[in-house]
Design a protein around this ligand. Structure first.
Ligand code: HPA
Ligand code: ZN
Length: 339
């Protein structure tokens, strides 16, 4: 039964809604780009990099994530990074991805916005043509920086806003509540962008309230700690807000102690629109299918739970309704053929 369910999860069409492109930088590519650009790394092998990926909280991961980014310098580097991610998810039967990028992580190193943007977007376009993976782009603000810095980034992004679909909020959550960014998000909404924010990964339920009431987000990234507040759960259910849950990330960053204790089935039971995503796959030990495999292996996940998780992804994606209906028909067909 478990093997059957895993095989089904692997072969059905899926979306990814929570992915930091800089977090898909595999150690092999990190070394290749370091060499290409003459950047020194504090590791002497790919194995040493992987061995360093032991985190006890979000900040320990972020320190290595920002260090890893230092090898990304040219447009071609961002292209290669993004193309490698697309090839990897194509193998997982992901048909649509909504990719986050962190411009401030590059601007502060002297890399121009257009270098980052053009490299990522060119790969996404090629991926759409070659592999039929549709996409949306989410520009994320770093919450450990000021709101003024987020406004500066928005100004840098101005010439590209017609090709950016949404904005997000990531990096160190504790001590940096969504409210800190209320004005810049209001401006983004006026510009016609969709809004999402990381909330309730390490931060309290109040940060999720701020994200939905103070900012008016269209989705919540993570949202685990919303479960601590009954009224908040009711509100998220009422608004049908998608939660972009990241099981392997949660395990690696000690948001959960054990995959067997992951709350994703509890989320479904309580009516929340939970989805399965990889977050930073190169750092957390897996891409979308690895996340499904881990859930199926450790939780009493049924055929119907699997359908709901995959289907919630399509329902929460910022794709057109015509695209959504087309994918859901294929999904329903795959689920109706019992193996
Ligand atoms: N949480 C917060 N910020 C991030 C993450 C994450 O998992 N990945 C990259 N930036
Ligand atoms: Zn994230």
């Amino acid at each position: 039964m478990t093997a059957e369910l895993i095989a089904l999860a692997e072969r059905v069409p899926k979306v990814e809604l929570h992915l930091h492109i800089e977090g898909s930088l595999e150690p092999e590519l990190m070394f290749a780009l370091a060499q290409r650009n003459g950047v020194a790394l504090p590791y002497d092998s790919v194995e040493a990099v992987r061995a360093a990926y032991q985190f006890s909280n979000l900040q320990e991961f972020l320190d290595l994530y920002y260090q890893g980014m230092s090898v990304l310098q040219t447009e071609q580097d961002f292209y290669d990074l993004t193309m490698a991610y697309l090839q990897r998810i194509h193998a997982d039967n992901v048909v649509h991805t909504e990719v986050m990028f962190d411009p401030q992580g590059h601007l502060e190193r002297g890399i121009a916005f257009e270098t980052v943007f053009n490299g990522i977007e060119r790969a996404l376009r090629d991926g759409e043509r070659q592999m039929e993976i549709s996409y949306r782009l989410i520009m994320s603000f770093l919450r450990h920086l000021s709101e003024e810095s987020a406004f500066d980034t928005l100004r840098e992004a101005e010439p590209f806003l017609g090709r950016i679909d949404a904005v997000g909020l990531d990096s160190s959550e504790k001590g940096h509540p969504p409210e800190k960014f209320a004005r810049v998000f209001a401006r983004c909404r006026d510009l016609g962008l969709r809004l999402t924010a990381h909330a309730g990964e390490e931060g309290p339920p109040d940060y999720v309230w701020q994200a939905i009431d103070g900012i008016g987000v269209d989705r919540i990234d993570h949202g685990n700690r919303a479960l601590e507040d009954e009224a908040l759960v009711a509100e998220l259910v009422e608004r049908k807000l998608t939660l972009t849950v990241c099981p392997l990330s949660n395990l690696k960053l000690c948001v959960v102690d054990d995959m067997a204790q992951h709350p994703i089935l509890d989320m479904l039971k309580r009516g929340l629109k939970a989805t399965v995503n990889s977050d930073d796959p190169a750092y957390f030990g897996g891409y979308v299918n690895d996340n499904y495999r881990a859930l199926i292996a450790h939780l009493p996940l049924t055929h119907s739970h699997l359908y709901d998780l995959v289907r919630n992804g399509f329902d929460g994606a910022w794709m057109t309704n015509a695209e959504r209906q087309k994918h859901i028909r294929t999904l329903d067909q795959a689920f109706s053929v019992r193996c």
